[in-house]
Write a protein that binds this ligand. Structure first.
Ligand code: ZN
Length: 174
């Protein structure tokens, strides 16, 4: 996540340094130098600014595709995928507990991140803790679908076992 320092870091969309408003930090460079969206990578972005930002969908898609197509299993494993979201976990060797599970949305650049062991609470309601407004609504819609796929840590673990025994990450080639 972008380094955020109170009084210095500003929202890259509106230019305000007001950290009392809900925000996210993007991490890594999903767009190369020269792309109009490059300056918004590795940055702080207010949720309300994102809600109104015309580039949000293309921007989010950049991070979504990058995460989905990551061939390096030491970064994580794809557990489930739908048109508008994907569910991953990682990083861990196959015989160890993963450290986290995460849900990515195709049209919001949020990483809904849960400690692996806390998944039961996170998938039920914990995901909403730092969200508000349209971002919370978008997350709520996606998480209601994720709950059907991975309602508990036990099911999440079973999905992971399944993913690890498949020949290619994510099993999208079945
Ligand atoms: Zn802003």
């Amino acid at each position: 996540m972008a380094i955020i320092i109170k009084g210095i870091t500003r929202c890259r969309i509106c230019g305000s340094g007001d950290l009392s408003l809900p925000y996210i930090g993007t991490s890594g460079m999903a767009f190369p130098k020269g792309d109009e969206l490059h300056p918004y990578c590795d940055a702080l972005l207010h949720l309300d600014c994102l809600a109104r930002w015309p580039h949000r969908e293309r921007f989010s898609r950049g991070y979504f595709d990058r995460r989905r197509d990551d061939p390096d299993r030491s970064n994580g494993v794809l557990l489930a995928e739908r048109r508008t979201w994907l569910l991953r976990c990682g990083p861990a060797s196959p015989d160890a507990e993963p450290y986290f599970a995460e849900v990515l949305l195709i049209d919001w650049p949020m990483r809904l991140y849960s400690r692996w062991a806390q998944w039961d609470d996170y998938v039920a309601q914990g995901y909403g803790q730092r969200l508000s407004g349209e971002a919370l609504m978008a997350a709520g819609q996606v998480m209601s679908e994720v709950r059907q796929v991975a309602p508990t840590l036990e099911v999440l673990g079973a999905l992971r076992q399944q993913a690890l025994t498949q020949p290619s990450p994510g099993g999208s080639e079945r």
